[in-house]
Write a protein that binds this ligand. Structure first.
Ligand SMILES: [Zn+2]
Length: 225
């Protein structure tokens, strides 16, 4: 099932006249001014299913950005939300991640073309996230091991972490073989997934618990009041 993309305000992104992206997918400028070039466009596919599109433009670099949208039922009303953006913008770094790890993830993401430093930044982000969760050890290797012992990481996740860690280690020592941008993207993907598992998803679950708790209390208040 597709879900709406989130805007910079953390809300589902509606197909409005402006797209609120953290960065332009072309020129990577922060808080870009991205406005519509066309009205909302509809096109049926071969099965008669309606496809919803809108073309936008970045005021900074003048490049086109295409948004695909779908209709969703939200609080009893049908709303059109963006589900895909072409080209794909850089992934937002959640504020639920500890600040230090946020900084390294941002560095790794924004410097993907400089693959060697990006890989080192991803590895450092992993180290920062594991120490924030209380994994012991004075090296990343020991912290990954400790995280697995404390059930913060599954066996598969820790095996994968070691591969990323080794990547980071190699970049510090090996100078002959240049890693590719794909290698850097793999490390960043792992670091982002780890951030989701350790911080982003738990924060969302907690927010859900708090919301339902409040609603239940409100309902009980209404019944008793
Ligand atoms: Zn731009």
């Amino acid at each position: 099932m597709t879900t709406p993309l989130k805007s910079t305000q953390g809300l589902a992104m509606a197909l409005l006249e402006t797209l609120f992206l953290e960065k332009c997918p072309h020129c990577k400028i922060t808080n870009p001014n991205i406005t519509k070039l066309t009205p909302v466009l509809y096109k049926n596919d071969a099965l008669g299913e309606r496809q919803i599109w809108r073309l936008y433009c970045c005021a900074s670099c003048g490049s086109g950005i295409l948004a695909k949208a779908e209709n969703f039922l939200f609080e009893g009303a049908q709303k059109t939300y963006v589900t895909k953006i072409f080209p794909q913008p850089p992934r937002a770094i959640s504020k639920d991640i500890p600040k230090l790890a946020q900084d390294y993830l941002t560095e790794a993401r924004d410097g993907l073309s400089n693959s060697r430093s990006s890989i080192i930044a991803s590895s450092t982000a992993i180290d920062a996230m594991l120490s924030a969760k209380g994994a012991d050890g004075d090296t990343l290797y020991k912290r990954i091991k400790s995280a697995q012992e404390k059930n913060l990481l599954s066996e598969e996740m820790s095996k994968w972490a070691h591969q990323v860690r080794l990547g980071g280690n190699e970049q510090r020592h090996l100078v002959d073989e240049r890693p590719t941008e794909k290698d850097a993207q793999d490390c960043l993907d792992y670091a982002m997934m780890l951030a989701d598992i350790l911080f982003v998803i738990p924060a969302r679950v907690q927010a859900g618990i708090d919301k339902t708790k409040k609603e239940t209390t409100d309902e009980e208040g209404e019944k008793n009041g």
